[in-house]
Design a protein around this ligand. Structure first.
Ligand SMILES: Cc1cc2nc3c(=O)[nH]c(=O)nc-3n(C[C@H](O)[C@H](O)[C@H](O)COP(=O)(O)OP(=O)(O)OC[C@H]3O[C@@H](n4cnc5c(N)ncnc54)[C@H](O)[C@@H]3O)c2cc1C
Length: 503
């Protein structure tokens, strides 16, 4: 066991670096000195714009006010992802946050719906989701949960400008003592006896020493890969898209409280409405589509005039073999990358930070704790990977890429999960997995996996009782949604950016 951790050095000042700096400053309470090095010359990726509801916990942990945060990041609210053309080209479904219906005893709600459907019922599972109903009507609001009434079932996340979020967290972290150094790291010095990182050397000649290094240097993985040679697990055989073009455009149409993910010939296109512009991107597979064709498709499908040239990004889906190696923890793109289909990257930064805080070294770095960090990280990343792979695998689209995805051999864990659901609608979740049962449920149903049976205990209700139970659940979801204000009006009232501010 090495000496205790007094100095933490974060390399990189993108979303990952500043999220780590803010959280460590907040929770280490001055026990360690925190420094962050970033290079203005290199810049950030900064295209992460859609999130999942867990970010609310991160912000709440820092004590941020939600409306102030939305205003500072030119954000909007997100109730889910609307998938267009993923199962069949003419089909649409939403993966909405929040709950669907109410479980009865031990039996998840969807088994009652499956029984109803098997006996001729024609409702959609989304009729029982207040969040999905609100998204459909472009409504958003916060509802106070009270013990004297049914839970609303609502949940939300955000769309935001990741660059503004990093800047916001920078102000927060610097106000709590994080010391920022602008400069390019040109060398990483390793200790002779155990290969731990000793210091980073920046171009000015300053050498910054540390006990623990957090590598947030982006795709290059300056410490975790270039210095420590940790290795990369390549998942491109399951997630073949390897390029993206991102472009903002002028806002147009309604301010939708959801991300739209539209399948295209060899990939998919995102649409993310912010307050001052709409973020767009085309994620595609270079084996099946040229860059020019990808740009043409992207620009032909914008809400309004493009505000910049499309920005190209290249990646290989996968993760570092170890997220924590020796005295270096990799977060963000330095740790790996899975495409933004379910907006998971910023969340994986958040959970990496939470795990680091839980296992933060006391009297030195214990190998058992490092192993536990890596074990938990693997479980979480693999479960996200399977979730994303499912979207590609369960498609009924034409086109070479889609055919190849349909025919690919998927991870055994995914195959087992889908087979289990297909039989009798059962979904189980390991506690370290990210997506809950309700997320898998919507995506599997949305892409055409319909269970043959359902839980036998769902037969305990009479047909009339079943009708009444489902009817009340649909009425409740509809009622909750109908009470919410229009998304645009809510923002105008609570968290609008001052005119021209985010430009
Ligand atoms: C196409 C695409 C779409 C995405 N969409 C989403 C999304 O919708 N939702 C989501 O959650 N995530 C999304 N992401 C991911 C998200 O953008 C990143 O996870 C997030 O921004 C974190 O990036 P980062 O901080 O790890 O890296 P970067 O933004 O690349 O920052 C790296 C930092 O390291 C510094 N640096 C690098 N080398 C050196 C050096 N030698 N010396 C000093 N400093 C150095 C840079 O200056 C920079 O500050 C998307 C990513 C891509 C590629």
């Amino acid at each position: 066991m090495s000496a205790s951790v007094r100095k933490v050095v974060i390399v990189g000042g993108g979303t990952a670096g500043w999220m780590a700096a803010a959280a460590l400053a907040r929770f280490l309470g001055g026990q360690a000195e925190i420094r962050l090095v970033e290079s203005d010359e290199i810049g950030t990726v900064g295209v992460g714009e859609a999130t999942i509801p867990q970010l609310r916990l991160f912000n709440a942990g820092l004590g941020l006010d939600e409306d102030e945060f939305v205003r500072a990041t030119a954000g909007t609210f997100k109730l889910g992802v609307r998938f267009v053309g993923w199962g069949r080209p003419d089909e649409r479904y939403i993966h909405a946050f929040g709950t669907i219906g109410r479980d009865l005893g031990l039996i998840p709600f969807h088994h009652y719906w499956l029984r109803h459907r098997a006996e001729g019922g024609s409702t959609s599972i989304w009729d029982y989701s207040a969040t999905a109903q609100a998204a459909k009507q472009n409504r958003f609001g916060r509802r106070e949960e009270r013990p004297d009434r049914l839970p609303s079932g609502l949940a939300h996340a955000f769309h935001f400008d990741a660059g503004l979020y990093a800047a916001y967290l920078r102000r927060y972290a610097e106000a709590r003592g994080v010391r920022r150094t602008e400069g390019k790291v040109k060398d990483v010095a390793l200790r002779g006896e155990d290969g731990f990182v000793e210091s980073v050397l920046i171009e000015s000649g300053e050498r910054i020493e540390g006990d623990l290094f957090v590598d947030c240097s982006g795709f290059r993985g300056l410490i975790i890969e270039q210095a420590l040679g940790t290795g990369y697990e390549d998942w491109s055989k399951w997630l073949p898209c390897d390029r993206a073009l991102a472009v903002p455009c002028e806002s147009g149409g309604e301010l939708t409280p959801y991300t739209r993910a539209s399948a295209r010939e060899a990939g998919w296109q995102w649409r993310i409405p912010l307050q001052h512009r709409t973020g767009n991107g085309h994620v595609y597979c270079s084996a099946f589509m040229s860059d020019d064709e990808a740009a043409r498709i992207l620009l032909a499908n914008l809400d309004g005039p493009a505000l910049a040239e499309p920005r190209p990004l290249r990646f290989v889906a996968g993760k570092r073999r170890k997220a924590w190696n020796r005295n270096c923890v990799a977060l963000g793109l330095a740790g790996g990358f899975m495409e933004p289909l379910e907006s998971t990257s910023i969340h994986l930064v958040q959970s990496g930070i939470a795990r680091l805080l839980q296992l933060f070294p006391g009297r030195g770095i214990a190998p058992e704790e490092v192993d536990e960090y890596n074990r938990q990280t693997d479980v979480e990343w693999l479960s996200v990977r399977d979730f994303l792979v499912f979207h590609y695998w369960a498609n009924c689209r034409d086109g070479e890429m889609w055919r190849a995805c349909r025919e690919m051999e998927v991870p055994e864990s995914l195959e087992r999960r889908v087979a289990l659901f297909r039989a009798n609608g059962r979904i189980f979740r390991n506690p370290e997995e990210l997506f809950a049962e309700v997320g898998w449920l919507q995506v599997m149903l949305g892409q055409g996996v319909i269970p043959v049976g359902y839980h036998p205990l769902a037969d305990q209700l009479s047909w009339d009782q079943l009708g009444e139970f489902l009817g009340l659940a649909a009425k409740h979801a509809g009622h909750v949604a109908a009470q919410l204000p229009d998304h645009h009006d809510f923002i105008a009232r609570h968290c609008a950016i001052p005119a021209g501010a985010a430009q």
